[in-house]
Design a protein around this ligand. Structure first.
Ligand SMILES: C[S@@+](CC[C@H](N)C(=O)[O-])C[C@H]1O[C@@H](n2cnc3c(N)ncnc32)[C@H](O)[C@@H]1O
Length: 166
């Protein structure tokens, strides 16, 4: 049995997302460029991003739109389907320009999570701007990226932060 209950794992993940997003919003404030959300889910983190990043282009990916109706992205920026299939066709539009990517595509099961960690680690680096930040619910193997400490309010090991060096 895992050390933490599902309630704790969910609660700590949401707590870490909120703390990391707050930190990331100020880090990218002076940096123009698009933002990515891998894993729309119910739209909670997307809704938080769009409210705190007015005017910023945010591209959102998921298999289907299962978001609360008041958290639906603009359909022109919502890319539905398997990320392994949709992202490569999209990537050239933002290559080297993304200032913040939130990858929230983990599962409680380790097998699919490992596959998605490999997917995110393969697809995200070519689109990141110098200084661009990747936030992830999964530990990613990102050669050439710095691993950053989590900000205050996020418990160690509950989220992961990386930056492409300038
Ligand atoms: C934990 S939820 C995201 C939660 C969301 N960020 C929120 O705040 O409500 C993970 C989402 O990732 C999507 N997902 C996972 N793997 C995917 C893949 N390979 N391709 C497309 N979508 C994927 C799932 O469909 C699910 O909606």
């Amino acid at each position: 049995m895992p050390e933490r209950s599902r309630l704790e794992r969910t609660f700590f993940r949401l707590e870490a997302q909120h703390a990391c997003l707050t930190w990331a919003f100020s880090e990218i404030a002076a940096r123009p460029g698009p933002v990515l959300e891998l894993g729309l889910g119910h739209g909670r983190t997307f809704d938080h991003m769009r409210r705190n990043l007015p005017g910023r282009e945010i591209w959102v990916f998921d298999r289907a739109n299962d978001a609360y109706e008041d958290c639906w992205p603009d359909p022109d920026h919502l890319i539905l389907g398997e990320i392994a299939e949709t992202f490569p066709a999209f990537a050239s539009r933002v290559a080297g320009k993304v200032v913040l990517a939130n990858s929230d595509i983990g599962y409680f099961a380790s097998g699919p999570s490992r596959q998605n960690a490999q997917l995110a680690a393969r697809l995200l680096p070519p689109v990141m701007a110098p200084g661009g930040i990747i936030m992830s619910d999964l530990d990613l193997d990102l050669p050439g990226f710095e691993t950053l400490p989590l900000p205050a309010g996020a418990r160690p090991g509950t989220y992961y932060l990386y930056r492409r060096p300038l």
